[in-house]
Design a protein around this ligand. Structure first.
Ligand SMILES: NC(=O)c1ccc[n+]([C@@H]2O[C@H](COP(=O)([O-])OP(=O)(O)OC[C@H]3O[C@@H](n4cnc5c(N)ncnc54)[C@H](O)[C@@H]3O)[C@@H](O)[C@H]2O)c1
Length: 311
């Protein structure tokens, strides 16, 4: 079984490559290193069942594979907003190219979609049947609308070309191999705490997020890929435990033993007030639920960032 992972040198992609290698697959990892790095897959480069290819998914790819996990796309706002046109191209042209490849090889294909397809939701928690509340012209739209269009393409290839598709709507996931400059709250707080800098809180810190540890999420992606052909998703994957930014900041300070202070800044545009998955469908269809609690996941992540900062 040859499995293609696009975005395989990124945070989630590299953990997925690890898991697939452990499971005995041959893995073809494709990445243009826009936000990923060779360091994330360094330990796999000499593995006989692992192959790395530098390639941009906005261009067609001709390889022979049996499964495709399409993860290529910068995931953090500071990175996807740096070149928003490229972000939309990566989601939309990348989806077209990978779906074309799946059509030609008759490979099963999984899309890493996102909770951002719900935008600033009017419904909490968000079930898959909620169509979302998305600004089409704001600074986050390149990502949100790009991912929405990719979902549309997946379902049109499914209906029109009878492809076997799986669409996962991933909620906030954290863990080792996130970038130091990722800009999202978990890595921001940990890096600031370890450097003894003030922890930056946007708004009053009462907005909530749910945080899924990477090992849990990868287990769900692998399980979704193995489901029967009629299971297409979209399916929410995440951890429904909700924490306010203030609670997260205090936990990070406690676990790092840092003496950093909290400072408050205005909320950025289109920042959702609350984001929480309804994972009823994942529980039913995959028999899956996250197992790692926030403090344990943060300990592993803090250990990783300590190593990176010390290097
Ligand atoms: N981490 C999360 O919390 C989260 C949440 C929702 C959805 N997702 C989705 O999961 C996927 C992986 O996210 P991540 O957190 O690992 O982000 P990441 O930025 O670490 O990984 C994305 C990878 O894609 C690569 N890439 C970007 N554009 C590319 C292109 N045009 N061609 C080839 N490779 C390209 C990057 O270099 C990087 O290695 C993304 O599609 C993201 O939208 C992640």
């Amino acid at each position: 079984m040859i499995v293609l992972v696009t975005g395989g040198a990124g945070f989630l992609g590299s953990h997925l490559c690890d898991r697939l290698i452990e499971q005995g697959a041959d893995v073809l990892c494709v990445d243009n290193y826009y936000t990923g790095s060779r360091r994330n897959v360094q330990h796999l480069l000499s593995h006989p069942r692992f192959e790395m290819l530098r390639h941009d998914v906005t261009f067609p790819l001709y390889v022979e594979v049996q499964q495709i996990y399409n993860l290529a796309c910068p995931a953090s706002p500071i990175h996807y907003q740096r070149d928003p046109v490229q972000t939309t191209k990566t989601s939309v042209h990348g989806a077209i190219n990978m779906l074309g490849l799946a059509k030609r090889t008759r490979a099963r294909i999984l899309q890493a979609s996102t909770s951002e397809v719900y935008g600033d939701p009017a419904v909490h928690p968000q079930p898959e049947t909620y169509w979302g509340h998305v600004n089409p012209v704001g600074p986050r739209s390149c990502y949100d609308e790009g991912k929405r269009c990719a979902e549309t393409l997946f379902f049109d290839y499914y209906r029109q070309h009878r492809l076997e598709i799986k669409v996962a709507r991933i909620f906030n996931t954290y863990g080792p191999r996130m970038r130091l400059d990722d800009g999202r709250v978990v890595s921001n707080f940990i890096v600031q705490a370890l450097r003894g800098q003030d922890l930056t809180i946007y708004g009053d810190g009462s907005q909530t997020r749910s945080f899924c540890y990477v090992d849990d999420l990868i287990g769900a992606l692998a399980a979704l890929m193995q489901t029967a052909p009629e299971i297409t998703g979209p399916i929410n994957l995440g951890n429904p435990g909700e924490f306010s930014m203030l609670e997260l900041a205090e936990l990070v300070l406690e676990l790092t033993g840092s003496k950093s202070k909290l400072v408050f800044h205005p909320l950025p545009a289109d920042d959702p007030v609350q984001r929480c998955p309804d994972i009823t469908l994942a529980r039913e269809v995959l028999g899956w639920a996250p197992k790692v609690d926030l403090a344990d996941g943060l300990r592993e992540t803090i250990r990783y960032f300590r190593e990176v900062l010390a290097a």
